[in-house]
Design a binder for this molecule. Sequence first.
Ligand SMILES: Cc1cc2nc3c(=O)[nH]c(=O)nc-3n(C[C@H](O)[C@H](O)[C@H](O)COP(=O)(O)O)c2cc1C
Length: 185
Amino acid sequence: MEALTLLKTRNSAAKLCAPGPKDEDLEEIFAAASRAPDHSRLRPWRFLVVRGESLSALGELFATAAMQRNRELSEADCQRFRLQPLRAPLILVVIACIKDHPKVPVIEQQLSAGCAAHGALLAAEALGYAAIWRTGENAFDPVVHKGLGLESHEEISGFLYMGTREGSAKPLPEMLPTDFMKEWR
Ligand SMILES: Cc1cc2nc3c(=O)[nH]c(=O)nc-3n(C[C@H](O)[C@H](O)[C@H](O)COP(=O)(O)O)c2cc1C
């Protein structure tokens, strides 16, 4: 797909089925992600690939974290968390690795990790897959961070659910540049 068309038409998909990205496609996805703008070349991101049985393990981790946040969580809600990662054949966990740097504040490193996530989403779509970036309370939960092996200087930027679009694409919202830009002076 032509680059500008891809940029203008990327469209998240909430409903995803198999197949998810193959290993060689993941290589392309990571190559695209690694071209994120990056002040001082800190590479302030890393990815975890979660697929196969590990999706259920991630669901267990989500449910455990949710139960610790709320001791009165109903079994139905617990099960909802358990099933969340099974909504796609593959999840990329995008982790922002924040470094203490004299010139690059935390926000710039977080933005860079966000750009890496966007690059991954665009590459997935270019390769014929579909995806959606999700967070939710579990992205910010220390129990989830520990279970995924994050260090104290790391944060979850998002869970990129990836697979094949189920059903038709949602209509893109109409937005004119004049809705969000104007000339200055
Ligand atoms: C940082 C971030 C976190 C998000 N978290 C969620 C989420 O937890 N659940 C969700 O349904 N959408 C979430 N979204 C929004 C979707 O990824 C998506 O952008 C939205 O459904 C609109 O679709 P579009 O990307 O095709 O415009 C998040 C987006 C961003 C950038």
